[in-house]
Design a protein around this ligand. Sequence first.
Ligand SMILES: [Zn+2]
Ligand SMILES: [Zn+2]
Length: 410
Amino acid sequence: MSSQKFTERKFGDYYKGNDVSICVPTSIEKREFGFLLFERGMLRHITFKAKEALESFLRATTCSDVYHSCSYYESPEAEMDRKGWLGADLIFDIDADHIPTSCERVHDGWICGNCSFSGKGIAPKKCPVCGSEKFNIGTWPCEVCLDSAKTETAKLLDLLMRDFGFSEKEVRVFFSGHRGYHVHVENEAIKTLAAVARREMVDYVSGLGLDVFFHGLNEKNWRVMRAYQDIRLDDLGWRKRIALGMQNFILSANEQDLRNIGLRKSIVEAILRNKDAILKSLLETGTWGVIRGVGFETWRKIAEHGVKLQSAKIDTVVTTDIHRLIRLTGTLHGKTGFKKVEFPVLAVDDFDPFKSAVAFKGGTATVFVSDAPEFRLGDEMFGPYRSQKVELPTAAAVLLICKRRAEVLE
Ligand SMILES: [Zn+2]
Ligand SMILES: [Zn+2]
């Protein structure tokens, strides 16, 4: 059996089995559905009146990926320009691909589509051998990468709930099934927001265009007061967030961290020597700038770094695209065999994708693994593997085959 047939059969078994729990979007009859078939292209503009019809479609047609529109349409089955857009949920995508981590060099790789030259880490702009710009990219749903995506997700949830005032019921959070998280906001007020308004929200949560000058960190204030009081922990919105970012940075930064944001050695030493005094002054009087020799430019750099630490690193294109298809909750991701799963907004810290998203329970398969990093499923560790035959639980075998790291041998 070919590896593709093997995966297709396992995916089919999943949708026919008892463990499947599809969570359909609200107003299912107003949504467009899309299905990626195994090597047979994409089916689009499909509609369903009820959950049962969708479920029986999924049992009859084996798909590698299942999507629905974030939008509501008058005629979701029509061509794009005739659908009659009624509104859309607000969607955020946090993907490890947009967050730099040091482990990418270990588990990611690329192969030139033209000459097959390969390398580790993120692909170069041009192939160093033939100059081609086309690459096959191999990423990995790694624990460290997913943890950093989760940290960004937690920041985003906090921004949406505290600063925008969305309730716990309106905001929903999901593991995407691959390398990231999705956040959906369903609320009547945001439903009809145009793309440009969604862009404003994107800018807010990612701190784009935020200038600390307008939050009091400017030379005029400095000349008058020789200190800053506008960015305070007891404020609201970004002023509080900048203060928090500055505080956390000063609390945890070592010499190199402070040098990395462009501070001179003498200033770095003054900050490290006076760490306690800086934090005490902030907590007691809400004042920055009490240390001799540490002036306006330094506080500005620290504040700008504070913005970076507090902003949520999201994939900005997804949120502004009001016609986008998003993965259906409870369906499998074609690149991993993991499920897209929802978890409680207040339980972000405890969520474990490598436990909750595993779809295939029981059974084993023998595969030949070309190259795979060490990974965990549930409580069990696997790998690393290199050019070897190994018998694995179905979920692990499917993951490696989907990531094109292994071929099935039975
Ligand atoms: Zn090449
Ligand atoms: Zn990683």
